[in-house]
Design a protein around this ligand. Structure first.
Ligand SMILES: [Fe+2]
Length: 200
């Protein structure tokens, strides 16, 4: 028998969203990607229903699934659009500082070709071994092929990246970060340690 402890969660839902007119967005290139010049893009009027829908799912994930105390409210801080058209090897692995969670909404994807990857967190390993087969217990990398209108939300500490872009079809996503306001550690009770409350 095997026991699985402390799972890594990726929240995923496919949203019912009517098409969004993105003509007004200004972009600037960084490498093979084009980023919106705004990093508050979900504040734009044409994104208001998408922002509401993302917020609804952030609430479900943080309150209904993770059951984080009700003294905290999670909200979207930064949000930006990334357009990719050129064939390229994808982005670097990264995680997001200054946020608790991060997420992506897929507006346009080449389904089954465009991908998103998360790598297993690993501290320094003195000796390395390889595996005869990759299975759910030893896998180091997860490759996910998103569908149009998929929303994913996950912990900001998870190392992730945009996978290879294999065609010149337009891949458009909205990426966002989540922070919290309210009282942290409202049940903190020990005076002798630094376990007190923090209200932001
Ligand atoms: Fe990211």
């Amino acid at each position: 028998m095997l026991f699985q402890l402390f799972p890594t969660l990726i929240y995923k839902e496919n949203l019912s969203i009517s098409p969004i007119n993105m003509n007004k967005i200004k972009f600037s290139p960084i490498g093979d990607f084009n980023y919106s010049t705004s990093d508050n893009i979900l504040e734009q009027k044409y994104f208001s229903s998408l922002k509401k829908e993302i917020q609804r799912h952030v609430d479900i994930f943080t309150k209904d699934i993770l059951e984080i105390e009700n003294t905290l409210n999670f909200f979207i801080t930064r949000s930006w659009v990334i357009n990719i058209e050129k064939i390229n090897n994808g982005g670097p692995f990264h995680s997001h500082s200054n946020s608790f969670f991060t997420g992506v909404f897929y507006i346009n994807v080449d389904e089954e070709k465009d991908s998103f990857q998360i790598e297993r967190s690993k501290s320094y390993q003195y000796l390395e071994y390889n595996y005869e087969n990759i299975n759910e217990w030893n896998q180091q990398l997860m490759t996910y092929y998103p569908k149009k209108n998929d929303l994913i939300i996950f912990d900001a500490s998870l190392s992730h990246r945009v996978g290879h872009h294999l065609t010149s079809n337009l891949r458009t996503v909205v990426a966002f970060e989540i922070f919290a306001k309210g009282t942290f550690g409202s049940k903190g009770s020990l005076n002798s340690y630094n376990m007190g409350k923090l209200t932001l």
